[in-house]
Design a protein around this ligand. Structure first.
Ligand code: SF4
Ligand code: SF4
Ligand code: SF4
Length: 172
């Protein structure tokens, strides 16, 4: 007899994984190649000076922008012996920030925490008559460092895969 409970769990787990793909460290390149090469040795996790890398539920390293940020110091790539992180891959983290509707400015509450922590000043505020200015992210300036996420008091900044975003053009 089929194990429906287990099947339901795998189905739910697969959906959750689909909804929230892991943010891999810089220089990780293609996801399948990264997973094939990474030995889960933990070297990048322990070496990262900002402690933004942690082991995900899948046992592979991922970035937690609610905890810290990436300053692209390259320590992780130099520590990765199997070259799952490799300078042959693009440096850029393959995710981009999106501000959702829980942003305090949507309720006319003044807040600038994200912009104050964005070093390249990629977050600007558009002024509107009689309303609180709302943040907008200039993706040409954004480095995907994640520094804006943790300071946001309502966790309004989420990160979408670059490929998903290019197909859905929903950035504010
Ligand atoms: S580049 Fe530096 S800060 Fe970014 S994940 Fe790697 S070790 Fe951490
Ligand atoms: S992820 Fe982009 S918008 Fe956020 S702090 Fe970094 S550069 Fe600025
Ligand atoms: S820190 Fe969060 S709540 Fe504040 S303006 Fe930025 S996205 Fe909105």
């Amino acid at each position: 007899m089929a194990d429906l409970t287990k099947r339901a769990w795998f189905s739910k787990s697969a959906q959750q994984h689909k909804k929230k793909p892991a943010i891999r460290p810089p220089f990780s390149g293609d996801e399948n190649t990264f997973l094939a090469k990474c030995t889960q040795c933990n070297a990048c996790v322990t070496a990262c000076p900002t402690q933004v890398i942690e082991l995900g539920a899948d046992g592979y390293p991922q970035l937690n922008f609610q905890k810290s940020e990436c300053d692209y110091c390259q320590v992780c790539v130099t520590q990765c012996q199997p070259q799952a992180l490799s300078k042959n891959n693009p440096q850029q983290i393959q995710f981009i920030p999106v501000i959702n509707q829980t942003c305090l400015t949507e309720q006319d509450i003044y807040c600038r925490s994200c912009a104050e922590n964005c070093e390249p000043m990629a977050i600007q505020f558009s002024y509107q008559n009689g309303a609180i200015a709302k943040p907008e992210i200039n993706l040409d300036e954004c480095t995907s460092c994640g520094a804006c996420a943790a300071p946001c008091p309502v966790e309004a900044i989420q990160f979408n895969p670059l490929s998903y975003q290019l197909n859905h053009q929903a950035v504010r």
